[in-house]
Every structure is written in C-alpha cells, then in structure tokens.
Write a protein that binds this ligand. Structure first.
Ligand code: NI
Length: 136
C-alpha cells in the first residue's frame, strides 16, 4: 500500500449574498454584515481537489491530472465561474452560498464522477486567509 495524494488547483470568480430569508434585515445584518449586501459581492475562489490512491502499475499515475482538470472544468467551473451563485445556480437557489456550503456541493458533484476507490477531499479558499475543507 503506497498511497499518494495528488492535487489539482483551479480558480473561479463568483458573486454571492449571504442571508437567511426567514430572518429580518436587522438579524441578517447582525449575523452576515457586509456579506449580506443586497446587491451581492464577489470573491476569487481557489479550489484545491485532492485525490488519494495508489499509483497505477501501468501508468504510474494515481489519476491523470488532465482528466481530473477536465472533470472540474466541465462539472464545477462551468456551473459556478463568473456566476451569481444565488441567482444563477440551482445549487444555491435555496442554500446559503457560504464557503462551507460551496465546498460540500463541489465535493458531492465530484464524488459521483471519481472512482470510489479514490479518497477525495476538497479545499476552498474564499480569500487567501479564509478557507474550508471537506470532508474533514
Ligand atoms: Ni462573501
């Protein structure tokens, strides 16, 4: 068992607004502050996809990073890059687009596409200093 972790880093820009529609404006402002701006605001998200497995004896690869990159491009970035997450995506039409919820959504998308023999973990940077990881 010689497991290796391989990583692919991608990037996307998206706008969002954090709020709970069952709360009034005052409570939303108290909890979410500037992130509750009604006209939205944007982030430059860095996305790091980690895949863990044993190198294939024939190729020496755990997973072909070009294939992984294409999967992320087609199934994640195409959905979210340059989008308003609240308004333009079905994933966040009812789900608050916090970094926490975004990372879970991205994990669930990719988990269905990547062979179950691989462990998968997603890290999402909302800013250079604020980032989340799933699963833990
Ligand atoms: Ni924000």
């Amino acid at each position: 068992m010689s497991k290796v972790a391989v990583f692919r880093k991608e990037h996307f820009n998206a706008a969002h607004r954090l709020y709970n529609k069952s709360w009034d404006d005052q409570q939303n402002d108290a909890v979410f502050g500037k992130c509750n701006n009604p006209n939205y605001h944007g982030h430059n998200y860095d996305l790091i996809v980690k895949v863990v497995g044993e190198p294939d004896p024939a190729t020496g690869y755990v997973i072909d990073l070009k294939i992984l990159s294409d999967l992320i491009q087609q199934h994640v970035l195409a959905k979210f890059d340059h989008k308003n997450l609240n308004l333009d995506t079905k994933e966040f039409a009812q789900l608050n687009p916090t970094a926490e919820n975004i990372v879970i959504v991205i994990y669930n998308i990719l988990r269905e596409l990547i062979n179950p023999k691989f462990e998968l973990q997603i890290r999402l940077y909302e800013t250079p200093r604020n980032f989340v990881e799933y699963p833990v």
